[in-house]
Design a protein around this ligand. Structure first.
Ligand SMILES: [Zn+2]
Length: 224
């Protein structure tokens, strides 16, 4: 195993985990990071039986993972539920990786606009004034919330993995690149947009978009 293949990144599987499994069997990385949008009909581990003892499986969630209760359950209550990277820094194969699941939603926060709600508590308190025992819907759970996003700025990391793209992509958000810069991140990997590309943004941060079912290494080389 070469150093830059010790962690692999998998773009939106949308139910097809074969390219990831094949890449793990071939390159035997220490860890893999899944970038969201799994469309799970069964628990996540059932797709990864061949590799679950060969590598560490880490993940963030994409918008599709909140589409139905089944998809949500099969990810968040899977055998890999403890490998959720969202909103924290985790040391993986010697690198500090921070995760950002979900997407920006107009009804919550759509930068550069001001947030509609400061955070989940703000939103829930407002709703429960009219509806007793109001709970956050899956749609709202899929949102990137402003207060949680801002809290990450107190942390440091080497790599940011997000479902949404930074401003390097025409459908991306500058807020993500700004977050990476404040955190001292050198490299962003993102999914969601089904496009393989690499580029460098402000503060010399390298961005790698990973296409659906594609797998890349730490240098952004496409492996499958
Ligand atoms: Zn997506």
């Amino acid at each position: 195993m070469t150093q830059h293949k010790r962690i692999l990144f998998a773009g939106d599987p949308h139910g097809n985990f074969r390219p990831l499994v094949t890449a793990v069997l071939k390159y035997k990385p220490e860890a893999v990071v899944l970038l969201g949008d799994y469309d799970l009909e069964f628990p996540l581990e059932s797709y990864l039986k061949e590799i679950e003892n060969l590598t560490e499986v880490w993940w963030i969630a994409g918008n599709h993972d909140f589409e139905t209760p089944v998809k949500y359950h099969n990810l968040f209550n899977s055998a890999f539920s403890h490998r959720d990277l969202h909103l924290k820094v985790t040391e993986i194969a010697g690198l500090k990786i921070v995760g950002l699941s979900g997407v920006f939603l107009g009804r919550v926060w759509y930068p550069p606009q001001q947030p509609k709600w400061l955070g989940k508590q703000h939103y829930l308190l407002n709703q429960s004034a009219n509806i007793p025992h109001f709970e956050l819907s899956l749609k709202y759970k899929s949102a990137i919330w402003h207060d949680e996003f801002e809290a990450l700025k107190d942390l440091k990391a080497d790599i940011l993995v997000s479902h949404e793209a930074p401003g390097s992509h025409r459908h991306g958000f500058r807020a993500i690149g700004e977050l990476a810069a404040v955190m001292g991140v050198k490299h962003i990997f993102h999914g969601h947009l089904h496009e393989n590309y690499s580029c460098v943004i402000k503060n010399n941060i390298k961005v790698c978009g990973v296409a659906d079912t594609a797998v890349t290494d730490l240098l952004g080389n496409k492996l499958s």
